[in-house]
Design a binder for this molecule. Structure first.
Ligand code: ATR
Length: 277
């Protein structure tokens, strides 16, 4: 019987997860299909999961607006999901439904596509769900000097209060983000600034270390103004595609036992799909 996997969201038509997972399933010769599962925000999420399990699904990803509902609907959760209060990957077995969060690991893996090693100081811009996942992952990766700047300072402060260990984390005012960038070897933009249809991010790059990695977690567009400026200065730009693909690879591993590669063929397909061949 063909195994079933999918992504639950609303809207979900734009999701690139089917392209990524079906590529890997086919490559591994696994008889399985990864589908889009549109589920409206008001749906009973536990009932949805049980319906999918009965229909033969053994794993699903969860995207906007269901990550928090998924957190409460599952039977057990991993440590990353507990910390984030959000679930992006679910394993469905006849015995139980488990919730995971692979966003933070996906981000860390996306940096390893770059030749430089991940080191601090690191500056994270923003304080939403993505910032929280990245902050937790940087702490877990042992980065000792992490700075967070967000327009609403109180939100950044509350990220820190919830972090697994916050000794090495400092909050900066949004207006002091250039000061916070002093000698940083990693800059991560998790705000919506720079996304298609949003204003550009006003962030000077001259305070960064000369070998800094500059990451933007959005992938529409693939090359944001921030990344183009980083490249022009000789810094290493990292677009959001790596985080997307690597969080997917961790989900695949949870379901099927091995972590697939982000190879050039998949990269080319995604670039083409995003209109930047
Ligand atoms: P997600 O959960 O997807 O990471 P979010 O919760 O919508 O996203 O957060 C978006 C981030 O972009 C927030 O950090 C937000 O700052 P606030 O916490 O002050 O709202 C940031 N952001 C959005 N528009 C911004 C702007 N014009 N200037 C600075 N930061 C902005």
């Amino acid at each position: 019987m063909t195994a079933r996997f999918g992504v639950i969201g609303w809207p979900v038509a734009h999701s690139r997860s089917p392209l990524i997972h079906n590529y890997w399933l086919q490559q591994a010769g696994i008889d399985a299909l990864y589908e889009r599962v549109p589920v409206p925000p008001e749906a009973d999420f536990r009932a949805t999961l049980e319906t999918l399990r009965a229909a033969g699904f053994s794993g699903v990803n969860v995207t906007i607006p269901h990550k928090e509902a998924a957190f409460t609907a599952v039977d057990t959760r991993d440590a990353a999901a507990e910390y984030l209060g959000a679930v992006n990957t679910i394993c469905l077995t006849p015995e139980k439904i488990t919730g995971h969060n692979t966003d933070g690991l996906g981000f860390i893996d996306s940096l390893q596509d770059a030749p430089e090693r991940l080191t601090g100081p690191a500056l994270v811009l923003g304080a939403g769900g993505a910032a929280r996942a990245i902050l937790g992952a940087l702490i877990d990766a042992g980065i000792g000097d992490i700075r967070v700047a967000n327009r609403t300072r109180a939100r950044a402060q509350s990220l820190l209060d919830l972090a697994p260990a916050s000794d090495g984390v400092r909050v900066f005012d949004w207006d002091d983000r250039a000061v916070a960038a002093q000698d940083a070897r990693l800059l991560v933009n998790t705000t919506s600034l720079g996304m298609q249809g949003a204003p550009a991010l006003d962030m000077p790059l001259d305070m960064l270390a000369p070998d800094a990695l500059v990451a933007d977690i959005v992938y529409t567009p693939l090359t944001t103004d921030l990344l183009a400026r980083a490249q022009a200065r000789g810094l290493t730009p990292i677009n959001g595609l790596g985080m997307l693909v690597h969080q997917a690879a961790h989900a695949f591993a949870l379901w099927l036992g091995h972590k697939p590669q982000f190879d050039t063929n998949l990269r080319d397909q995604l670039h083409k799909d995003l209109g930047e061949a």
